[in-house]
Design a protein around this ligand. Structure first.
Ligand SMILES: Cc1cc2nc3c(=O)[nH]c(=O)nc-3n(C[C@H](O)[C@H](O)[C@H](O)COP(=O)(O)O)c2cc1C
Length: 333
């Protein structure tokens, strides 16, 4: 029997996808995650916070699971303002995104674009220390251009008592291609004075078990695409195995809540469908014929067509673990 804290599973943030509505629906109908990370906030300003940027993080009955907000950028004043405003809203921790690989971000020394500049990372950390009220954790990759960049970056991090670093062992240039590199993670484990959290390519219970064998002392894991494809994965990792009837019931409720939420939140039909297509881009992988399921959803042009295609997808049997892994590898290739 596992203790409730081992493994401790965290939902990875996905900008444009894992918003509050998605996170709440997941927590209410599927479960299995101990903590969820909200997608990054940027451009809040450095003097007065732009309230529109914080909607996703409003507390109260609207935010079910324990949630950690995230910021991206290299402007210390902006990081401080974001964190302190969020602290006033009740958040004890702010996560700093040093992993986003997209050139639009990285070319401006944001996300993993900061990793080739360890001295700048150090200056930013110095500047926020003492002024930022919530504690600051970090999510990072091995480097932007090459995996050796992390060595200098870890030396900088070692000068600061961070609660932990979440490490996705790929470089920025790799984006999601190739495989996450557990050996590189292990090297970092030895070099980091701050605790590390593993993030990358966990798409099945078997993947988790392999990694747990490699890192027996590791208790905290962040999971992204594997859980967007198969939402039952965190429960499966914790040994909670549901029968197909129960999975079907939960998936339908999950989908229904997201759909209702999206319909209320977004007025424009094309944008509603755009969001649901992004959800199914992953979710269809838990069904027996993902291509068919997603293909119909992808071409739907209005609500009626979408709901028909979603119903057909929901009616499909669940795929087995191997097929899910295959779908995952297809997304990663
Ligand atoms: C479309 C997309 C959006 C993402 N948005 C964020 C984000 O806002 N913040 C972040 O730290 N990582 C973001 N990520 C990275 C994921 O959180 C995660 O680190 C990555 O998918 C690797 O984990 P996985 O192999 O378990 O999916 C994003 C990834 C994708 C594909």
């Amino acid at each position: 029997m596992h203790s409730s804290k081992d493994p401790e599973l965290w939902l990875a943030p996905f900008r444009g996808l894992t918003n509050r509505m998605y996170r709440n629906a997941f927590a209410r109908h599927i479960g299995g995650f101990d903590t969820m990370f909200a997608p990054f906030i940027s451009g809040i300003g450095s003097k007065k916070a732009h309230p529109g940027k914080l909607c996703d993080l409003l507390r109260g009955p609207g935010n079910l699971p324990p949630t950690i907000p995230q910021v991206i950028g290299s402007n210390a004043s902006e990081i401080i303002l974001t964190g302190n405003v969020l602290h006033d809203m009740g958040y004890e921790e702010l996560n700093w995104n040093l992993g986003c690989p997209f050139p639009r971000i990285a070319n401006k020394k944001r996300g993993c674009g900061l990793l080739p500049y360890p001295e700048l990372i150090g200056e930013i950390l110095e500047e926020v220390s003492g002024k930022l009220t919530p504690r600051l954790s970090v999510k990072t990759r091995l480097g932007y251009h090459h995996p050796g960049e992390i060595l200098e970056v870890l030396r900088v991090f070692n000068r600061f008592p961070l609660p932990y670093l979440i490490l996705h062992p790929r470089t920025g240039l790799q984006r999601y291609r190739g495989k996450a590199d557990p050996a590189a993670f292990e090297r970092c484990l030895h070099l980091s004075d701050n605790p590390l959290v593993y993030n990358g390519d966990i798409s099945s219970r078997k993947d988790y078990q392999k990694l747990k064998t490699l890192f027996p002392g590791q208790t905290r894991w962040m999971i992204g695409r594997g859980a967007l494809i198969n939402p039952f994965l965190p429960n499966e990792i914790k040994g909670v195995l549901l029968d197909n009837e129960e999975k079907d019931r939960r998936l339908r409720n999950f989908h229904q809540e997201i759909w209702e939420g999206v319909s209320a939140m977004i007025r424009n039909e094309a944008r509603q469908l755009g969001y649901m297509k992004a959800v199914w881009h992953y979710l269809s992988g838990c069904k027996q014929s993902p291509r068919q399921a997603f293909g119909q959803i992808k071409i739907s042009k209005n609500t009626r067509e979408y709901l028909g295609a979603a119903e057909l997808a929901l009616q499909q049997p669940f795929s087995d673990d191997l097929a899910i892994e295959d779908y995952f590898r297809g997304l990663t290739a």
